[in-house]
Design a protein. Sequence first.
Length: 292
Amino acid sequence: MKAIYFTCWFVAFACCSAVAQPKPTTLTGVLVMQTGETFPYKVVLTDSGDFVSGYSFTYKEPDETKTTVHGRLDRHMRTLSFKEKDIVYSHNVSTKAFMCLVDAHLEYVGEAGGYVLKGPVMSKEADNTACTQGEITFSNTEELQNLFAYHEHFDTVISMKRKVKQPDTVQAAPIQVTEPVATEQVTAGVDKMYDWHSDSVIIEVWDGGYVDGDRITLKAYLTNYCLVKEKRRVSIPISGHDINTITVYAENEGSEPPNTASIMLTDGSIKYSIQAYNKKGDEALIKVRKVN
């Protein structure tokens, strides 16, 4: 019985250890106080569904203050709320503001320079003493896209079966492993260029996230098309060695800005995965150049 108990415990431990841990997301931005002072501000967050936890860092090294944070992430509403709980360490900093633990409520919104995550900072001391208010802004596009992307979580299943010897005349077929296609980003002012080998570009477009009514126009090929989960395919012939431009125009921003379109380009056996995101009225350019 002791041997059986040990085996079961080992299998349970191995299964638990095989579950992949989510990768933390780092957001870098600024904290602007009502005194007019601006401080670097960073949070490192790990999410478990709708909830986040991690650390915040105020000021620059070696003067930073590190604090534990806990909060809630709503990918559907594009909001992030969190509170600083406990100070891990702090260094002396000269400031006019009366700094307290941050209580932040941030929204993902569009501004003239693009989309940012911003909102007010409201906090009080334990005795309800009022603290200087302010505002946090995170504007790094790649960081914010990673934060609000829908990540799939998979558990590794361990199967323990008795190995059966196969006859010598039977050979296992080789396993074909397909590498995932990396997704590249395009938006207004950020283009992509691809060298092309076949005589046509096969384009598939769809809404790869939350279907919120985004509509796009592929100029000269698809007009005011509403993106859905199912892929819409368009074939574009190309010839010569001129640069062929595919323009993705945002007709609106749906119910969850910005306008986001998932795109797959196929060049024979080669595939390119692209995500185009824009404010209403902006356009992203994808360029292909035939090389043979």
